[in-house]
Design a protein around this ligand. Structure first.
Ligand SMILES: [Zn+2]
Length: 187
């Protein structure tokens, strides 16, 4: 228990150091027992670290921490993205509500076709949004990896990504990007 508390203190000081180097407000840290892997919650400016990640060797753990603090530098953009998505969905959903509100019961058949058109538009918009969100999330990951590599070096960053990939938390695109970074810095 004592060892765990000491390790948590060590993580907190690592987070504070990385945040100072990256010029961002120090995120809070939440230690959890799940096995979902580490993550950053922009809404609360909070890093979540699971026990399996804490069991990584110290150099790799430092990279994971640096990556998560790297996400804190994207906080404003993440929150604006989230706000924009919520606003867009609300605006889109308000259209049929307004149409129903101003139509009389007798007119309901007249809104059937526009209704179908609306449902189709909503479906297309949600598809576009989900593709865009996936692209944005991938870009955020690459950017956080780049910040971790800048703080701790690309060789260690790659080793950490490989360790996380073995647990299924990192995709091939991130590994490839880090390998390319390592090659370009060693030339
Ligand atoms: Zn990440």
């Amino acid at each position: 228990m004592k060892r765990l508390a000491a390790q948590e203190q060590r993580i907190l000081s690592l987070v504070a150091d990385d945040a100072a180097l990256l010029h961002v407000a120090t995120p809070r840290v939440r230690f959890v027992n799940t096995s979902n892997g580490p993550c950053y919650e922009a809404l609360f400016n909070r890093i979540e670290l699971d026990r399996a990640t804490l069991a990584l060797p110290e150099p790799l753990l430092r990279i994971v921490v640096a990556h998560e603090v790297g996400h804190a530098t994207q906080r404003k953009t993440m929150l604006l993205d989230f706000a924009w998505t919520v606003l867009s969905v609300m605006m889109l959903l308000s259209v049929p509500c307004i149409v129903f509100a101003i139509s009389s019961e007798d007119d309901l058949w007249r809104i059937t076709f526009p209704g179908i058109g609306f449902a189709f538009t909503l479906f297309v918009c949600l598809k576009i949004w989900s593709v865009r969100a996936a692209k944005r999330a991938a870009a955020f990951e690459l950017d956080a990896d780049a910040k971790a590599a800048a703080l701790c070096g690309p060789a260690l960053a790659l080793a950490a990504l490989e360790a996380m990939a073995a647990r299924g938390h990192v995709d091939a695109a991130r590994l490839d990007a880090m390998r390319a970074r390592l090659v370009s810095t060693s030339q």
